[in-house]
Design a protein. Structure first.
Length: 246
């Protein structure tokens, strides 16, 4: 019999409809979790991800949510808990929703700056706070999705890098503040190959010690490690970058 380490547990993945978020949802579903696929504008993709999860025997739910809005987040968390009420818990939150932006530092407007931070940094805070009572009750986990950009300075991605660096600091703060009931960790991907990676993919693969770019499934496996591994591990960052950050 295949062991499912998350059997009987429930998870909410923000930005779970596509790309890395979809891979995370599928990995958690295969591990036995009931998965709520959070989405903002990707309703069709969220439905497809739910269908893929159900095809593999996982319980799944698509839930509309805007991590920039406290009321939207509270409503979404409430719906997840109600829909998965038979489980009596919310065990895992994966803060994956994010925006990626590029601009010369001196050309970033305040609106640009705020738009990146309200999703990449404030969003995980709002989601974690809304889910916290349920996570504490379940001795649960939070996994935030950071970036190699939060650990390195990229001259044309100042607002993005700063938002992910702030998220890493927030992760450590959450780990202290939410202990001992809730563990909080961060996964920091490097260059992850996607269908639309384009010409940059080859250049980054050439700079990566492992000789290739990462895959979404490898990021998902790192998330599963924190979701199913020892609860005693908290406040940590796990890079998934093939050595690109060395």
């Amino acid at each position: 019999m295949v062991q499912k380490p998350l059997a009987g547990k429930s998870a909410l993945v923000t930005g779970g409809a596509r790309r890395i978020g979809r891979a995370i949802c599928l990995e958690l579903g295969r591990a036995g979790a009931s998965v709520a696929v959070g989405y903002r504008g990707s309703a069709e993709e969220a439905a497809q991800t739910v269908a893929a999860l159900e095809a593999e025997g996982a319980r799944a739910l698509a839930v509309a949510m805007d991590v920039r809005s406290e009321s939207s987040v509270q409503e979404a968390v409430g719906r997840v808990v109600a829909e998965f009420g038979g489980l009596g818990r919310l065990d895992l939150v994966v803060n994956n929703a994010a925006v990626f932006a590029s601009a010369a530092l001196e050309e970033i407007t305040l609106d640009d700056w705020d738009r990146v931070f309200e999703t990449n940094t404030r969003g995980p805070f709002v989601v974690a706070r809304a889910a916290l009572p349920w996570l504490r009750q379940a001795q649960g986990r939070i996994v935030n999705l950071g970036s190699l950009g939060g650990r390195q300075a990229w001259a044309t991605h100042g607002h993005y890098c700063a938002s992910k660096a702030a998220l890493e600091a927030l992760t450590r703060t959450m780990a202290k503040a939410f202990a001992p009931e809730v563990s909080v960790n961060l996964v920091a991907p490097g260059w992850i190959e996607m269908e639309d990676s384009g010409a940059l993919a080859e250049r980054f693969a050439g700079k990566t010690p492992m000789g290739r770019n990462g895959r979404a499934e490898e990021v998902a496996a790192a998330v599963l490690f924190f979701a199913a591994g020892p609860h005693f591990i908290t406040g940590q960052t796990l890079g998934v970058d093939g050595g690109l950050g060395l």
